[in-house]
Ligand binder design. Structure first.
Ligand code: HEM
Length: 264
């Protein structure tokens, strides 16, 4: 079992009431197959109500309604929420510490928008400059740098045919830095998002039927954290954009740049 799976399984198990005799955790045997304890599923009552509802309305043929599939979804959700929001927030803070002019401009927008009020969704949506900073951060550092698809039919390109069934990797990271689409691609220029572009040159949340389900939630989470931090603290660093080294397992992570915080 990989560390991510074990962490999520342990997490679900640990927050389950009534453990160890009466719990809902996913368990994997050594062969990596999942055994599901179904006696009771206390923390996912709502979820399981939905599962029962879906099962009674779809056939096994039209949709995979197995326990494995539903539990895989739960695991995906934990992984998708936890890692992405943390890393985007880290990248945003790093970039703001490097570009203190952007940080000041954003702080001004935050103060004009909220003053000392509590953060609310409507006003977060009105923060135009923050939107461009968020977008530009995800252009340079798309936390999901690569996605893939299995082709359900042949695709004819200019020089070849990609056959049905093969896997296609879509390199979001390199698309976002391609000089054919982006002016000064390695520079942080939030203003570039004030104008329009080809829709498939910018896909931090993927695209199509399987695009990210959590993109609005991600935006609101990161925005709430950044607004509350910038109202209280200044960020600085001696590093520059090119000093940000990145590493990736499933998601992109920054390393080797330290920032300092001082209270305003
Ligand atoms: C800035 C943060 C995030 C980024 C950049 C991101 C990016 C992505 C990408 C690129 C995909 C794959 C889309 C595709 O294959 O076309 C994806 C899928 C998904 N994301 Fe996110 N994600 C983020 C945050 C979240 C959050 C917070 C949640 C949950 C609340 C979430 C839930 C999901 C789910 C469930 C899928 C699978 C959708 C499906 O297969 O139909 N993501 N995400």
């Amino acid at each position: 079992m990989c560390i991510a799976q074990k962490t999520v399984s342990d997490f679900i198990y640990n927050i389950s009431p009534g453990k160890p005799g009466n719990y809902t955790a996913l368990q994997y045997n050594n062969n990596y197959n999942m055994t599901i304890f179904q006696e009771s599923k206390p923390i996912f009552y709502n979820y399981w109500d939905r599962v029962v509802h879906i099962r009674s309305n779809v056939s096994n043929k039209s949709c995979d309604v197995s326990d494995e599939n539903f539990l895989d979804d739960i695991r995906n959700f934990f992984a998708a929420v936890q890692n992405t929001i943390t890393e985007v927030t880290s990248f945003t803070m790093l970039i703001l510490a490097i570009h203190t002019d952007v940080q000041e401009k954003l702080r001004q927008e935050i103060l004009d928008t909220f003053s000392n009020d509590k953060v609310d969704a409507q006003r977060l949506l009105n923060m135009r400059y923050f939107h461009t900073v968020f977008q530009e951060t995800l252009r340079l550092f798309p936390v999901t740098p690569l996605i893939s698809r299995q082709l359900t039919g042949d695709i004819k390109l200019e020089s070849c045919i990609l056959p049905e069934g093969c896997y296609v990797m879509i390199p979001i990271f390199t698309i976002h830095r391609n000089p054919a689409y982006w002016y000064k691609p390695l520079e942080f220029i939030p203003e570039r998002f004030s104008s329009t572009r080809h829709r498939y040159t910018y896909i931090p949340f993927g695209t199509g039927l399987r695009d990210c389900l959590g993109q609005r939630y991600a935006f609101f989470s990161v925005a709430t954290i950044i607004v509350n931090l910038l109202r209280r603290f200044r960020f600085e660093t001696v590093g520059s954009l090119s000093d940000i080294k990145i590493t990736t397992d499933i998601v992109l992570r920054p390393r080797e740049v330290k920032i300092s915080m001082s209270r305003i």
